[in-house]
Ligand binder design. Structure first.
Ligand SMILES: Cc1ncc(COP(=O)(O)O)c(C=O)c1O
Length: 457
């Protein structure tokens, strides 16, 4: 369904705006304490918020949180929300999962950072190798950093200058991935602040699922690494065509190009991510966000062969600063939280629960869409579900970008909050955690049905 000048996702703009205005009023009226506390923005912060993304929520002001536990957030006005955003994946396993909370409590009086390994670190490397299948690992603090470091290794060992990304990708604020196709031409992603370089010199970009374009772009043998998620999740979810990952692996190997799989969001697939579920064979693997249950941490792994090549490279370079690492990375709080997450939270049993309820959510939303005759669709990757206000399936980042219906999505999000449900502010992502209950899923499906009815009326 094309978005036209006066409609989005098959719904007239006038109706969308009316709903958004009415829902914004309801949101404000229900939260006098939050409105007073937040004011026109929190004093002392640029833009009125401690991190500018907090202004991206479509509500009139962000929900001001009192506390969060499991899959529930309580705001300072005493309003309870079923949380399906879960910190945009950082809390994918629920807020303060009990084993992680216990590990943090244990560690909290044993030192928080010392740039040395401890007893938890002694088991973590093996845990990561067993879980994700790559041989050798490093710990960083954000997925952004993990990607950045992994790309450095790729350039170092191949001696090649370029990387390749898929259009519409997001791998954190890694400068060199910020390239887009606009009108079929690579350009710096529109909107970048302070970027003074033409990034297209070092980054090639092709559409996801476009095997001939990929083959052509790799043919010059100047690409060190293809960095991709197994499923594009940044715009709306774009699933790989059957055979796409096989072709990607075959073509990268043929061109001497390394393959970095970023599982930061697709870890929703299962305890070993999409990689383990579907037998992918990356040279480099990155996971951030929920890997330590909400404590800032990330991991990046290398295959045995790549680790060997990187060791050989290191023997050839001047010793000293590699351009990788940050002081607080690999601290004991991260070790403790990550070990608890891997051993006690990212379990088959928890994922079975997440998957079952995510399937219930996806079919409930699909049924609501169908019953109101809306031209929308639903996708799911394990515990992650999205509704997309356009017909599907989407095949690449270009199509995903065009499928966005910003006014419509914003109105739906606010209306859902007023019905007790929080979903991610960027795209329409909903995550099911081990703590999420069937009742919460059914409430979301019901709320979505009510909102869909208002829009389709
Ligand atoms: C696929 C992917 N990789 C990496 C990142 C970066 O994570 P962080 O912002 O924690 O560095 C994101 C963030 O959304 C992401 O979606």
């Amino acid at each position: 369904m094309k978005t036209s000048g006066n409609s989005q996702g098959g719904v007239g703009l006038a109706r969308i705006r009316k709903l958004r205005t009415a829902e914004a009023e309801i949101f404000r009226a229900a939260r006098p304490k939050s409105a007073a506390a937040f004011g026109k923005g929190i004093a002392g912060f640029f833009g009125g918020v401690p991190m500018h993304w907090m202004n991206d929520w479509p509500t009139p002001f962000p929900v001001v949180v009192d506390r969060a536990r499991g899959a529930t957030i309580l705001d300072i006005d005493g309003i309870r929300l079923d949380d399906f955003c879960l910190g945009d994946t950082g809390s994918m396993f629920g807020h303060s999962p009990p084993p992680v909370a216990r590990a943090i409590r244990r560690q909290s009086d044993r030192g928080l950072t010392y740039m040395l390994p401890d007893a938890d670190a002694l088991v973590l490397g093996r845990l990561l190798s067993e879980r994700f299948g790559l041989a050798e690992w490093q710990i960083a603090t954000t997925a952004t950093d993990a990607n950045r470091f992994a790309l450095r290794v790729a350039r170092a060992v191949t001696g090649r200058p370029k990387i390749l990304v898929f259009n519409g990708c997001y791998h954190g604020s890694v400068d060199e991935t910020m390239v887009r196709l606009v009108g079929g031409k690579p350009v710096n992603r529109p909107g970048l602040a302070g970027e003074f370089r033409d990034l297209t010199g070092a980054t090639k970009v092709v559409e996801f699922n476009d095997i001939p374009a990929l083959e052509k772009a790799l043919a010059d043998k100047d690409v060190a690494c293809v960095i991709t998620e197994p499923v594009l999740t940044n715009s709306c979810m774009v699933l790989p065509d059957p055979g796409f990952h096989d072709a990607l692996r075959r073509l990268t190997r043929k061109a001497g190009t390394l393959l970095l799989i970023d599982e930061t969001h697709t870890i929703s697939t299962g305890p070993g991510g999409y990689t383990r579920r579907y037998g992918l064979e990356p040279d480099l693997f990155v996971l951030g966000k929920p890997v330590a249950g909400g404590v800032p941490a990330s991991v990046w792994g290398m295959s045995a062969d790549l680790a060997r090549r990187y060791r050989a490279y290191n023997r050839t370079k001047v010793s000293g600063y590699s351009g990788m690492g940050t002081t607080l990375s690999a601290n004991p709080l991260q070790f403790a939280a990550m070990r608890a997450t891997l051993e006690e939270v990212m379990t088959e049993a928890n994922y079975a629960h997440m998957e079952e309820l995510a399937e219930r959510l996806a079919s409930g939303l699909s049924a609501a869409i169908a019953s109101h005759g809306l031209p929308w669709h639903v996708t799911r990757v394990g515990a992650r579900v999205e509704f997309i206000c356009a017909e599907g399936p989407l095949r690449n980042g270009g199509e995903a970008e065009a499928a966005h219906a910003p006014d419509l999505e914003a109105a739906i999000h606010v209306a859902l909050v007023n019905r007790g449900v929080l979903i991610a502010p960027f795209h329409n992502m909903m995550l099911v955690s081990p703590a999420t209950t069937r009742r919460q899923v059914d409430r979301l499906v019901r709320a979505f049905g009510e909102v869909a009815a208002l829009l389709a009326a």
